[in-house]
Every structure is written in C-alpha cells, then in structure tokens.
Design a protein around this ligand. Structure first.
Ligand code: T46
Length: 137
C-alpha cells in the first residue's frame, strides 16, 4: 500500500512521552541507518527522488511536514505531525517533503547504508523505472 501508516506504541506516563520503534514488531526490516532532518528553512522542499531498493520508515518527532508519495500511478500526501504515526516508504516511490514547520524533526529509519547508486533523482528516469518494476509500499 502506498504510504502505509504505522502506529507507533506510546508508553508515556505522568512524566511525559516515550515512543518505541522495534525491529520485527513494528518495522518489517532490519534497521541499518537512522538519519534526521531538522532546522529546515522556511519554504524549502526536499526529496525529489525515489530509491531502487531502500525501505524506510519516517516519523516526525517534533513539529510537522508533508510527505508527498508517488508510485508513478498514484499520489498520496501524508501530513506527518505526530510521534505516534510513521509512514512506510518502500522502494520505487518518488517522495517530496514540504511545508516544514520551523521545529520539525523528521527521523528516518532505513534498511541499508547510504548508497547514492540506489537513488533515482530524475523524474523521467523514475517513470521509466516503474515500467520494469513494481513498487512495494
Ligand atoms: C529520503 C528522504 C526522506 C549522506 O551522505 N548520507 C545519508 O544517510 C543521507 C540520508 C544523505 N547523505 C547525503 C546525500 C546528499 O549529499 O546528504 C546530502 C543530502 O541528502 P538528500 O539531498 O538526498 O536529502 P533529502 O532530504 O532530499 O532526502 C533524504 C534521503 O536522502 C532520502 O533517502 O528518502 O530524505
């Protein structure tokens, strides 16, 4: 399913909040890398690429942003504004992140180390790629 939403267990108590992401239970892939995008300047849009193989789970732990996902046929926009909801981004999905609030911290769990060769950064190449593969999420 394009842009599957994943509910992240909330174990907060009177002291505050605690959110848990566990491999095997919540994330159906091994996590090899975690990165976070923060301090995004006003009006900036990021992404504009797809991955050939990378699987990811993206969660906004503070603030909000929009994640626009496109599998070459359908487009879906998810407003990420809660540490309790993540979006799964599978291979073969074009993504754009935009409408960042100044306090937005977007955390991404990825199943592989950084590899520029896995990126498709040209939209026409992406559409061509979708003709020979199928996206999985
Ligand atoms: C994605 C979306 C959601 C690295 O060297 N290592 C890394 O792990 C990452 C993520 C990036 N980089 C380098 C590559 C570029 O020179 O950092 C620079 C900025 O990356 P990029 O322009 O790809 O950033 P975004 O925000 O457009 O995309 C990122 C991820 O790269 C991408 O995989 O799915 O966030």
């Amino acid at each position: 399913m394009l842009g599957e939403l994943i509910e992240i267990p909330q174990l907060g108590d009177e002291r505050g909040s605690l959110s848990v992401v566990e491999v095997g239970k919540l994330v159906p892939f091994e996590i090899k890398r975690v990165y976070y995008i923060h301090g995004t300047k006003f009006g900036v849009e990021r992404g504009f690429h797809a991955h050939k193989a990378l699987q990811q789970l993206a969660v906004v732990v503070s603030g909000a942003c929009d994640m626009v996902l496109d599998d070459g046929t359908h487009e879906k926009t998810v407003r990420l504004d809660s540490p309790a909801i993540g979006v799964r981004i599978g291979a073969g999905v074009w993504r754009v992140m935009k409408n960042f609030t100044p306090d937005c911290v977007l955390v991404v769990f990825a199943d592989a180390h950084y590899d520029e060769a896995d990126y498709i950064r040209d939209y026409d190449d992406f559409i061509e790629h979708t003709k020979y593969t199928h996206q999985d999420c």
